[in-house]
Design a protein around this ligand. Structure first.
Ligand SMILES: Cc1cc2nc3c(=O)[nH]c(=O)nc-3n(C[C@H](O)[C@H](O)[C@H](O)COP(=O)(O)OP(=O)(O)OC[C@H]3O[C@@H](n4cnc5c(N)ncnc54)[C@H](O)[C@@H]3O)c2cc1C
Length: 486
């Protein structure tokens, strides 16, 4: 008998789930409202330059390769990665700077002039974040969560307790980094999960292990090629993609999902994976009577992760910029208060630039191509808008007078992120991890009410960020296949 799987959304989570299900013997169809794979990860062209929208900082490349390898393919045929050793320059308002490197000795040299204590304690910092990473990998990253009972296993309870859930990222970093500038640079890792370092649990300091030990990578030709590569492999093994098809309804009968409905067709499903943002798509697609455990009121008072204001500019010259470069304002901690407490942009925010033409000049033959990101509060009517001119003004004190050299530019606001990707209040990473219950008790990967419906992507377990949602897709695909086979 033919087993039919339908995946809603071709984001990284949906692509990974589709490959996993097809490999498990399902006839898999992916329904995607846009005309490109990757969801938030895709190529944007502005003037003569090409940009990676979404994930610019790539870690854990082995996870993307694993999707293909597990399904019997050779990942090297579909994607290649370059490791960036000295990957991110951190520059401060007082003219000082240091570079994040995945080379331990180089890192100590970089830290020494700013924070001799940090240089001295860097080995123990690395050891501790590596421990945190291994704990998380074992207990969260490679499993699906279907109900609160899944949290009660003894090994998981032990892992949870030893992963410092009660300490904040900032207080963890304060143990190793005495200089406030250095601490601010490390604290920025909280934004990778859309949260504040003053609230996010120290567990997420494990990002330091990924960036500073495993390394930061760039995919050959552009990071969007990760999604293109997985999509190509999926097609090669028989996954069917329906581009430009938005699902308007998911129909259920007798406590199980039956079909997805688009304007063009009806797609019957034995199992279904929802990769679109669970927080917007569950209430939009499934009648409330079919989902008593996720009623409409559940979706009304959630605490989303940060959003972003993005400015992509093609310049007609080059500047002394690193591939990844962060400019910190005079009071970096204040930005988090502005965003999370006051729901406003930081008054002097950290400005992140990714200029991938520094590694790959073919992306922007006329000059630099900075992709500039400012952390933004989730969409709210009270937030005062930001303009491109504000961004240029933030950069001027650092001697980065880029505006006169702009050939072409485009901005993307949190409102655009909300409407383009159906992202809950424009969140980049689903729910924030500012509250412990969001970190460890995200919405589950399997519907409690409709057991043949599974969730993959940033709004479910294990969380947001490109490798993590990819793991989520593999986990959900495996769980769906196992559930069907029972
Ligand atoms: C500006 C920005 C910067 C980021 N920077 C980084 C970074 O540096 N590093 C990193 O790792 N991560 C980064 N991220 C986060 C990363 O992009 C996401 O965590 C990840 O790509 C989300 O993948 P996903 O599978 O959850 O879904 P998405 O990418 O959100 O894809 C979901 C897909 O579902 C489709 N869809 C939704 N509803 C429907 C429907 N009803 N019918 C049909 N299709 C539907 C959407 O069109 C979309 O294609 C960034 C994100 C943004 C926006």
């Amino acid at each position: 008998m033919t087993k039919r799987a339908v995946v809603i959304g071709a984001g990284l989570g949906g692509l990974a789930a589709a490959v996993t299900l097809q490999h498990a013997g399902f006839h898999t169809t992916v329904l995607e409202k846009h005309h490109h794979p990757g969801g938030k990860m895709h190529e944007v062209k502005v003037g003569g330059a090409s940009f990676d929208f979404g994930p610019n900082t790539i870690t854990m490349p082995a996870v993307f390769e694993e999707v293909i390898r597990r399904a019997g393919g050779n990942p090297e045929k579909y994607m290649q990665f370059h490791r960036l050793r000295d990957h991110t320059k951190n520059e401060f308002h007082d003219g000082t700077s240091f570079v994040f490197s995945s080379n331990k000795e180089k890192m100590k040299e970089e830290l020494l002039p700013l924070d001799p204590y940090a240089a001295d304690h860097y080995d123990s910092y690395l050891e501790e974040v590596t421990k945190l990473y291994h704990l998380a990998e074992k207990s969260f990253l490679r499993r699906t969560f279907r109900s609160w009972k899944d949290y009660l296993s003894l090994p998981l309870a032990r892992a949870l307790l030893s992963s410092r859930p009660h300490q904040t990222m900032n207080s963890f970093h304060a143990k190793y980094f005495k200089d406030p500038r250095v601490r601010a640079a490390f604290n920025r890792y909280a934004t990778y999960i859309g949260s504040s370092p003053f609230n996010a649990p120290a567990t997420f300091s494990l990002i330091g292990h990924l960036e500073l030990r495993d390394g930061v990578y760039y995919a050959e030709g552009g990071n969007f090629n990760i999604a293109e590569g997985i999509k190509q492999f999926a097609e090669d093994i028989g996954v069917v993609f329906r581009w430009g098809e938005q699902v308007h309804a998911v129909e259920a009968e007798n406590g199980s999902i039956k079909r997805a409905v688009t304007e063009k067709a009806v797609y019957p499903a034995d199992v279904m994976i929802l990769n679109g943002d669970l927080l917007t798509q569950v209430p939009a697609l499934i009648k409330e009577k079919h989902r008593p455990s996720l009623p409409d009121r559940f979706f009304q008072h959630l605490s989303p992760s940060v959003s972003a204001f993005v400015l992509m500019a093609e310049l007609n010259t080059t500047f002394p910029l690193h591939h990844h470069h962060v400019f910190f304002g005079p009071d970096p901690g204040k930005e988090f208060e502005d965003i999370f407490d006051r729901r406003q942009y930081g008054k002097s925010p950290a400005v992140y630039l990714c200029t991938n033409s520094k590694t790959d000049p073919s992306r922007s033959p006329n000059g630099d191509n900075p992709f500039i990101l400012i952390n933004a509060p989730p969409v709210s009517p009270d937030t005062k808008a930001l303009e491109a001119e504000d961004v240029w003004r933030f950069l001027e004190p650092f001697g980065m007078n880029l505006a006169p050299f702009v050939k072409a530019q485009r901005t993307v606001t949190p409102g655009d992120i909300r409407s383009t990707y159906a992202a809950y209040r424009g969140a980049l990473y689903g729910l924030s991890s500012n509250e412990k219950k969001n970190t460890f008790l995200r919405p589950y990967n399997q519907s409690k009410d409709l057991p043949n419906l599974f969730f993959a992507g940033g709004s479910t377990h294990p969380g947001g960020g490109s490798p993590i949602v990819t793991l989520s897709g593999m986990n959900a695909g495996k769980a769906a296949a196992a559930w069907y086979g029972k």
